[in-house]
Design a protein around this ligand. Structure first.
Ligand SMILES: Cc1cc2nc3c(=O)[nH]c(=O)nc-3n(C[C@H](O)[C@H](O)[C@H](O)COP(=O)(O)OP(=O)(O)OC[C@H]3O[C@@H](n4cnc5c(N)ncnc54)[C@H](O)[C@@H]3O)c2cc1C
Length: 333
């Protein structure tokens, strides 16, 4: 049984230490081998503690699923699960759309090597292994794995100050050797990736829901402090009601998807996309209301609102933009 409170309080006290040390701590506490139920719980605990910078769920559930469904073999999969991973999909000229992927794998005498460039990769500068999306010699998309000791360069990207503890990297593959995860079935590779992305979007939704709930509390506190100087209290009462209504609806929708996930069933990509899209809208409108109420305080350097604003922007994009969610939701038309 893992003490989630202990994990959260360690991370809260150590946000300024080297990110890799925090990941070693997470591994030694067994965080990367949690059940989906505990893993979702950890995500909620971290969000409640305003720690949005640990996408350990990416390692936990998203990457584990890809590894487990791959053709790597059980012993290698188990060995790999004790390392730090990143999932590299995005490219500079590619954005959210997989169709734009240009990273190319070449196979000569049974050895596969990769050239290409990936950007905005969470855990990218600290990972031991990279799982990435690339094209084979027939230009089909497939999933691959490479060790980071290989021919590649990695650079941490400079982020706006409220996100200084987030590890986001650019990775340039310069002929690194790699291994295909689904050598006989590229379509299965894409199917598994979409399944994994649905889990990622569930976690984005859980985090954005938690952020919106925290913002509701910030709203209440700020309202109490400012009540005497507000001329139109009704305006704020309606704003509060609007925020609460959306958050409650989102919570019931997300909890249905969580139940499916915890019971071991696959999450529908379109339900996950609806949740992420709705969570994005809810967080955006909650943030607008809180920024309006907190006024000048929201532009002060160390204001907590800045952190919410920065991470909201990150979550709107991470895992695919609003248009990509709309593409997935509308795919059955
Ligand atoms: C904190 C964070 C962590 C991330 N972690 C990872 C990671 O671990 N691995 C990884 O691979 N990537 C990661 N990303 C990248 C993320 O997945 C991309 O930012 C996302 O896919 C969007 O790509 P982009 O930023 O290039 O924007 P684009 O997709 O180029 O979008 C730019 C603009 O075009 C709009 N747009 C996009 N598509 C369409 C369309 N079809 N129709 C109309 N308009 C459109 C968008 O809404 C946006 O306004 C991360 C990003 C962030 C912010």
């Amino acid at each position: 049984m893992i003490d989630l409170e202990n994990v959260v309080s360690y991370l809260k006290d150590n946000t300024n230490t080297v990110i890799k040390d925090n990941w070693s701590f997470l591994e030694s506490t067994g965080v990367f081998h949690l059940t989906p139920l505990d893993s979702l719980d950890l995500c909620r605990h971290l969000t409640k503690a305003e720690l949005f910078e640990y996408p350990c769920w990416l390692q936990n559930d998203v990457i584990r699923l890809i590894l487990e469904e791959s053709d790597l073999g059980e012993s290698l999969q188990n060995e790999l699960l004790h390392s730090i991973f990143c999932l590299a999909l995005t490219e500079k000229e590619g954005g959210s759309s997989f169709q734009n992927v240009a990273t190319q794998v070449v196979r000569i005498d049974n050895i596969e090597t990769v050239r290409g460039e990936k950007v905005f990769i969470s855990n990218g500068s600290i990972a031991d292994h990279i799982i990435f999306l690339a094209r084979d010699s027939d230009q089909r998309l497939n999933m691959y794995i490479a060790d980071t000791v290989n021919s590649m360069s990695r650079k941490q990207m400079k982020l706006i100050s409220p996100m200084k503890n987030y590890d986001l990297a650019e990775i340039v593959f310069a002929g690194a050797t790699c291994r295909c995860l689904f050598p006989n079935n590229p379509l299965k590779g894409m199917f598994v990736l979409n399944k994994a992305m649905a889990i990622e979007r569930l976690y984005c939704s859980v985090t954005m829901l938690g952020m919106s709930k925290n913002l509701l509390s910030i709203f209440v506190q700020s309202y109490k402090t400012k009540r005497h100087m507000l001329l139109d209290n009704h305006h704020w009462k309606y704003a509060y009601a609007d925020m609460k209504k959306k958050i409650y609806l989102l919570e019931s929708y997300v909890s249905k998807i969580e139940t499916t996930y915890v019971s071991g069933k696959a999450i529908s990509p379109s339900y996950a996309a609806i949740a992420k899209s709705f969570a994005t809208d809810t967080l955006k409108s909650s943030l607008d209301i809180v920024i309006a109420l907190t006024g000048a305080q929201s532009i002060v350097e160390n204001s907590i609102i800045n952190k919410y604003d920065a991470y909201a922007k990150a979550f709107f994009n991470a895992g695919g933009t609003k248009e990509i969610m709309a593409e997935i939701i509308g795919a059955d038309l």
